[in-house]
Unconditional design. Sequence first.
Length: 238
Amino acid sequence: MSSPLLKPRWLVGHVLVVGLSIAFIFLGFWQLDRHFDQREENAFLEGRLDAEPADLGSFGETVEAIEFRRVQVTGRYDYASQLELRPRARNGQVGYEQIVPLETSIGLVLVNRGFIADADGSARATPQATGVLEVTGTARLSQGVSRFGPQNPDAGVLDVIARIDLDRLNPQFGNVLFPAYVEMIVENPDPGGLPTVRVPEPVPLNRPHVLYSIQWWAFAAVATVGWMLYLRKQFFTP
């Protein structure tokens, strides 16, 4: 006589519980893999951010190898061609991040000088020094196009932008934009003008992937043990 546990309706339950438990176990290992990947990425980022600044034009590497490096570049700001990265807000104030082309020996380098509290763009007319200066900052890659959030218009010359998309902006600057931009840390000498609030520096991520792993494995244990207790109650409890 076959066991009632092998009847079709119970077999379906066995398969579902086993399938869910296996899926939960794999999800736990997936989160554990993400934990180790995050550790590697954090070590990579920390190494780049801790390195001494180097001249932006000295890198004989692909542009991807420049990202997050501390760099220095010398030139003159072209304030007439500056861009406003909007919308931005800091401490309850509405404004924009000031993106200014720096004329250098390696082409035009866009520099994000930081946040300016200015709702209507009138700050653009504030005079600033036009002499040669050295910018020290963090090299970043183009933000490109995203499927989510505000986007830059597809055509026309832009004064206000939603993203620092270097491919989109390159034509309006005569196709001489350097293929990375710089988030300013310090300028020497100080060009004066309106004060800016620096863009927050990149920081290592610390997501709780290990806890997520434990959570998924706990789900697998609950599903398995819960099903076994349920079967015991159905068939083996007097």
